[in-house]
Design a protein. Structure first.
Length: 439
């Protein structure tokens, strides 16, 4: 177990041009769909964060040949919908909820059993949300008594049947897991959601030749459709770009360009939230990488102001709230977030982790059941605990730009799950960060 601490000195500003690593959601899906396709697919811009490496290792363990031609360039030799083989051991998915929930859907349809395990954080996260609809389709899945991993997935005796499932949560992981199971099910599989979650699965399935009937908040497909190999160019991850957007937005006078950022409308909630707080963010050079919209983002710093963020903006900014909380701490006035109870079941309880840390820095941050009330003010310094949550760690690192004293952030090793090289890239752009790794 390594014990990684970030130390951030106060002040500085971010400037220049930055290309953050590839999108995590799209990288997972690229490995999964290319593995299930007929033929060879190339993936460029793949995120080599630990989460996506867990997905890659899991598919290799099920007999898929994946050549890493260069750091972020994969060649996947697809085995077809029915070509996966039983792995010799339990599949260890580390910290990755996306791997676990999507693969549960896919593996529920296989003719062999599998066991899925994860780290301490993943082993605490709710799995009932994915297991429940899959059981309705005929899947045989065993969980712990608390509906958590390890998951034991057994072959479904009579095969899976399509369902129309009204999900109580807006979750792309649930929707995608059910749709992947639906590829193997008889008839039609449909998922309806209370708010539109990210739609990368639907877009990429289409790129692989599957007919998907989808609109915001609903997605459906017919079973037994073959996937055909397709090359994937992965955009830079808007969730990783967010830390740099935040850093430029909170320091008046900053001017930063973020290139090739994925701007799928189901992911751009953070841009809208920051703009409503008064941030100067421009989308330039709009284009597409395959089925995904991409743009360069120019961010200039100026004084932000507090706003109300309600449930309608939550799904499209779900991973960005730790950064939004820091923006709120730097803004004039109060920011109130509601409708975001999902934040409590992420890699950590992000409402609590962020409010606790902001309070250490001298900010009034009141945790509420489904959000928080944060009053902007002067950020002091001190030691904050990231709770092993990558996005909490990176958000507090960026807060250093506006702090008056050094900030020490504990338990930052999981930054590598989504953003390998974060500290170096941030330092090169102007953040005064150093890393202590007591391996
Ligand atoms: C993801 C969906 C979201 C998000 C996660 C990645 C995905 O989770 O928080 O980081 O790739 O499908 P939920 O589906 O639980 O909202």
């Amino acid at each position: 177990m390594t014990d990684v601490t970030f130390q951030v000195l106060p002040g500085g500003s971010l400037s220049g041009a930055v290309r953050v690593p590839g999108d995590k959601s799209i990288s997972h899906r690229a490995v999964m769909l290319a593995s299930l396709a007929e033929g060879r697919s190339e993936v460029r811009g793949f995120l080599t964060g630990e989460d996506c490496l867990c997905t890659m290792k899991a598919f290799r363990a099920m007999g898929v040949r994946i050549d890493q031609l260069a750091e972020t360039h994969l060649r996947v030799h697809g085995v077809g919908l029915h070509g996966l083989q039983e792995p010799a051991q339990a599949l260890d998915l580390g910290n990755s909820g996306t791997s676990m929930r999507l693969m549960t859907g896919l593996l529920a349809a296989q003719r062999f059993p599998t066991t899925l395990i994860g780290d301490e954080s993943l082993s605490r996260r709710p799995m009932r949300r994915i297991v429940e609809p899959l059981r309705q389709m005929g899947a045989q899945i065993e969980t712990t008594a608390r509906n958590t991993a390890p998951l034991r997935i057994l072959p479904a005796g009579g095969g899976l049947s399509g369902i129309s499932y009204k999900s109580p949560v807006a979750s792309a992981q649930v929707k995608s897991g059910v749709l992947l199971a639906g590829l193997y099910a008889s008839g039609r599989t449909e998922v309806l959601e209370p708010e539109a979650s990210r739609d990368h699965t639907e877009r990429m399935l289409r790129a692989f030749g599957v007919t998907v009937d989808a609109e915001p908040g609903r997605a459906a497909l017919q079973g037994a459709q073959a996937l055909h190999a397709s090359d994937v160019e992965v955009p830079a991850d808007i969730s990783s770009a967010t830390f740099f957007m935040l850093g430029a937005a909170i320091v008046p006078g900053s001017d930063l360009l973020l290139s090739d950022v994925g701007v799928n409308p189901t992911r751009t909630g953070v841009i809208e939230i920051l703009q409503r707080m008064g941030a100067d963010i421009e989308l330039l050079n709009a284009r597409r990488f395959g089925g995904e919209p991409v743009a360069d983002l120019r961010v200039r710093g100026r004084q932000l102001h507090g706003i109300e963020v309600g449930h309608e903006l939550v799904a499209a900014a779900i991973d960005e709230f730790p950064a939004v909380f820091v923006a709120a701490a730097c803004a004039r006035g109060e920011t109130v977030v509601t409708g975001a109870a999902e934040l409590r079941v992420k890699e950590s309880d992000r409402i609590q982790a962020m409010c606790d840390g902001l309070q250490v820095l001298g900010i009034s941050a009141l945790a509420q059941a489904d959000g928080a009330r944060i009053t902007g003010g002067r950020l002091g310094g001190g030691t904050v605990d990231s709770k092993g949550d990558h996005r909490v760690a990176m958000s507090f690192a960026i807060a250093g730009l506006r702090a008056e004293q050094p900030i020490r952030i504990l338990d930052c090793g999981n930054v590598n799950t989504s953003f390998p090289g974060f500290a170096n890239l941030a330092a090169a752009s102007g953040l005064r960060i150093s890393v202590r790794d007591a391996a």
